[in-house]
Design a protein around this ligand. Sequence first.
Ligand code: HEM
Length: 450
Amino acid sequence: MSVAFAREPSWAPRLFPPAARAPRAVQTARMLLDPQGYARSLRRRFGPVFSLRTYPYRGALVCAAGAAANRAVLTDHARFTGGDAAALLAPAVGAGSLICTPPPLHRGHRKLLLPPFHGARIACWRERVRELVRSGLPGLLTGDGVAVRPWAQRLTLDIILRVVFGVQVPARATAFRHALDAFVATGNLAVLFLPNPLQCDLGPLSPGGRFRRLRAAVRDLTREEIAARRAAPDRARRDDVLSLLLDARDEHGAGLDDAQLLDELTGLVLAGYETTATTIAWTLHLLAHHPAARDDLIADLDAGSDRLLKATVSESGRLRPAVHHAMRTAAHDTELGGHPVPRHAFVAALFSLTHLDPELWPRPDAFRPERHLGAAPVPYSLTPFGGGLRRCIGVSLAQLETETVLREILAVAVPEPAGPPETARLVSVTMIPAQGGRVRLRARRSHPAA
Ligand code: HEM
């Protein structure tokens, strides 16, 4: 059991913010099946800070919504610590990855990782990303109803393999794709949420055994890439993230060894591909179900502007953020929103709920990209990439991918509904469309590029 879970305080109503009385299994099921709806009902009942008694927490997950509580959890690093809180993900991403690294190590570690993800560096990949999107388009433009998320997962994984890992050989990318698809399959990662004894390796057919075998396959492939990149004669000229990280040094001249790189790359791929694919799927699905917003966006893009493009991606990230919440742990006994929070409790900045706060976002359930065209939003009212010292380092890459996909698709096709609007489901911390974000892409009769 990870340290964070071992020291988590047990549930006692007077120690935590208020919680529903429903059994833990019921609260867990409601959260998985309707993450925004259930959280909203608890907020109506208890206010912006409440406890969720769900698995796998022994005590409770303290949830914070609203700009003030969101800001406190994301930025008051003395009270709410990152790293430990991601302990749940450590068996998947690797305990040495940035996501799982607690302070004070986190700061130096992040400094090494940030430069290759800087916006200007990522912009150099624009053409390559566009080529990858274009080569994937036939799989989507079938004229039939199609689930966007699986399509986008393949694309975003290919992009990460190219941009981050520097994989250039198609057969290697295919091997990675197969290994990762099996590893991140919902059933496999659900192991992380099982009670501890069931996570153990009880033979190849047990969930724990299967998890370890699939993880080993991904890590073996990653190890091979690290070795190949270290040995590459053209390393100095390569601009993939891995090649840059091999030469990264901190102020004491220390770099990342292979074990750290292995955890780091596993963390980057797991943090980066499903989240971006889910964002792409939600955005196209929402556009299909909001024809006025969709037509305005197409007209704006045809006119050579990207104002509405950025506003549309912001609105999709507000209404259906791919990551439901960011996690921290309480560094000491403290309070939040006037409620007690015990030391070592898990605390979640529930931005999926903050994004639906009617005081911050009038008519919060409406999909209205134009709301992002005016003044900047209230600080910490919109945080799809988290915030503070642990804000997502992949923002520029994710935005480049999402914007390129929308640009390329909307130049040739119009997304239309392929069924009713989909509800959200929670898988780990990712909030996915229940049917994969189905749309039908109708070919455009005329467009400027034709
Ligand atoms: C639309 C796509 C994405 C979304 C919505 C997203 C969202 C997030 C969120 C909410 C966090 C937690 C922030 C916090 O705790 O305050 C995070 C962290 C992180 N993300 Fe992303 N992410 C996306 C894409 C990516 C990509 C493409 C990469 C890299 C390839 C990436 C790498 C990371 C890493 C390494 C962290 C940990 C940062 C740290 O702990 O210092 N993400 N992301």
